[in-house]
Design a binder for this molecule. Structure first.
Ligand code: TUI
Length: 315
């Protein structure tokens, strides 16, 4: 499958792995890149030494291109933005903000920049500041999200910009991928499906919850403080929703206390009571584990079969 995205990035399949904080480290990124997709290491709020080590480990594990995500809410985003230049990273994705202030330096370094956006206005702004591609992320996604669904957002972003668009949010098999391509996407970014990958280092509890999840197993918390986050329904997310029902200064503090470190508790400790298990709505479709290569090839071959047979729909 050749698209503008496989050409831009020098990869085999137009499948990009989502930058899941605490999860997307060298093992997952290298496995995805070795399988022909684009692996991504999530910078998240990692200390610079931790990210440097992860990037160098990834270089040992693959000679294929991989990317780094800069989460713009991170207090050390400035340092991480410089690190990707110093380490010769070829492609960067960004999330949770506008990468405008880093754009000139990244472009000078020859880095391909692909901001994740949740609206048409943000997509246009990112292209004006020099983005090479746009990742349009629907509210089906896990983690920090916008308000518009993939189905509505993607074609509007495709029409609004003149760079390739990658579809994110709600894609976990060939059907989702084929649909995204039909709506004008040049590739897909998937997060939740890779939680089921053998190479993904997460707690057994996290993986078990994803494999067991149904269509209605996720919920959005954090709307009250302006950072909506989709995660699995668990004791913590239920408690947060309850607290958000009657917001005052004290509950905001309680929310802060309950959420601080809660993603790490999910990923590393498998702490069901206190963890935030971020997940997309598509978790209900994720029912079996496999290697990154198996998951990617199942998706790409499924999409190819559907696209090849599409003329039969015309009778
Ligand atoms: O960034 C994500 N997903 C994330 S980041 C994350 S870590 C976190 N945890 C708790 C609270 C907040 C963050 C977990 N999941 N996706 C990409 C994404 N970016 N979705 C929406 C946006 C976005 C939002 C605002 C992009 C740009 C933007 O710009 C605002 C502005 O005015 O510049």
């Amino acid at each position: 499958m050749k698209t503008k995205i496989t050409e831009l990035l020098g990869i085999e399949y137009p499948v990009i792995q989502g930058a899941m904080a605490w999860i997307a480290e060298e093992h997952l990124a290298a496995a995805v890149s070795n399988a022909g997709g684009l692996g991504i290491i999530a910078g998240a709020a990692a200390p610079i030494d931790v990210l440097r080590k992860s990037i160098r480990a990834c270089k040992e594990m693959t000679d294929k291109p991989f990317a780094v995500n800069i989460m713009l809410l991170s207090p050390n985003a400035d340092d991480l933005a410089q690190l990707v230049i110093d380490e010769g990273i070829k492609a960067v994705t960004t999330g949770a903000g506008s990468p405008g202030k880093y754009m000139a330096a990244w472009k000078d370094a020859g880095i391909k920049v692909m901001p994740v956006v949740s609206s048409v206005a943000l997509a246009k702004r990112m292209v004006r500041s020099g983005a090479d591609a746009i990742i349009a992320e629907g509210m089906e996604s896990g983690g920090h999200i916008g308000e518009t669904t993939t189905m509505a957002l993607l074609p509007q972003v495709v029409d609004a910009v003149d760079v390739p668009v990658i579809c994110a949010g709600g894609v976990a098999d060939g059907r989702g991928m084929a649909a995204a391509m039909m709506m004008g996407a040049q590739g897909v970014q998937c997060g939740t499906i890779f939680l089921a990958a053998d190479e993904c280092v997460i707690s057994d509890k996290y993986r078990e919850l994803i494999l067991k999840a149904k269509d209605i197993s996720t919920v959005v918390t954090g709307k009250a403080n302006g950072h909506p986050v989709r995660s699995l329904k668990t004791p913590l997310s239920r408690k947060l929703l309850d607290m958000e029902g009657h917001i005052d200064e004290r509950t905001l503090e309680e929310i802060e206390t309950a959420t601080a470190g809660s993603l790490r508790k999910a990923v590393q400790d498998g702490n069901y009571e206190e963890g935030t298990f971020m997940s997309g709505q598509i978790a209900g479709l994720v029912n079996k584990t496999g290697t990154c290569r198996e998951l990617i090839e199942y998706m790409v071959h499924g999409a190819e079969d559907l696209l090849k047979n599409a003329p039969s729909l015309l009778g």
